[in-house]
Design a protein around this ligand. Sequence first.
Ligand SMILES: Cc1cc2nc3c(=O)[nH]c(=O)nc-3n(C[C@H](O)[C@H](O)[C@H](O)COP(=O)(O)OP(=O)(O)OC[C@H]3O[C@@H](n4cnc5c(N)ncnc54)[C@H](O)[C@@H]3O)c2cc1C
Length: 189
Amino acid sequence: MPYDRPDTLPAALAILAREPRVVLAGGTDLYPATEAATLPGPILDIGALAGLDGIASTPEGLRIGALTPWSAIRDAALPPALDALRQAAAEVGGVQIQNAGTIGGNLCNASPAADGVPPLLALDAEVELVSAAGTRRLPLSRFLIGPRRTARRSDELLAAILVPAAAILGRSVFLKLGARRYLAIEITR
Ligand SMILES: Cc1cc2nc3c(=O)[nH]c(=O)nc-3n(C[C@H](O)[C@H](O)[C@H](O)COP(=O)(O)OP(=O)(O)OC[C@H]3O[C@@H](n4cnc5c(N)ncnc54)[C@H](O)[C@@H]3O)c2cc1C
């Protein structure tokens, strides 16, 4: 079974242009979802890709790399408008999950209980999708098209989440409704 772990984005996109792959980031959604000893399908491990993590301030707002782990978001010095996202980051599983799980994986997994989604929808966030053919942006509200379904094409990677400057002016708070205090899956309706 093919397994590739490229360290540059062009190399990863060239692989996806040739054939669809199971994209592996932190693996914290993918591994629990399989009951087999190994992940199904040919794997594209994006964990070593340079330049896809970290939070940067740009003239347009904030750019959050898709590979940014929850622990980095939890601990980042961000404007009050992103308090909800930081508080959500601190509620994603436990510390180990926050160290391994990425914001991009949370969005691409498109679980109705994904803690990253409500704070980012409230911020009018966009996603940046890249492929060998180019780059496109979509509002997060159009990227998520249903439970476990996104508008991502099989030749695309989610590269970044973009928070517009206008959305950074407000304040926000995240309150999680769960069945227990720790390691709770959010109750959705
Ligand atoms: C014990 C435990 C507790 C958890 N608790 C919570 C919780 O409280 N709240 C919550 O929201 N989630 C929770 N999760 C789920 C998970 O940790 C998060 O959704 C995490 O952000 C997933 O990121 P990942 O990098 O591990 O994704 P992965 O498992 O690597 O990937 C998830 C999906 O996204 C795709 N993908 C990943 N990155 C990209 C990319 N850049 N471009 C294209 N496709 C991509 C993968 O192909 C896969 O379909 C929990 C998981 C576990 C195991």
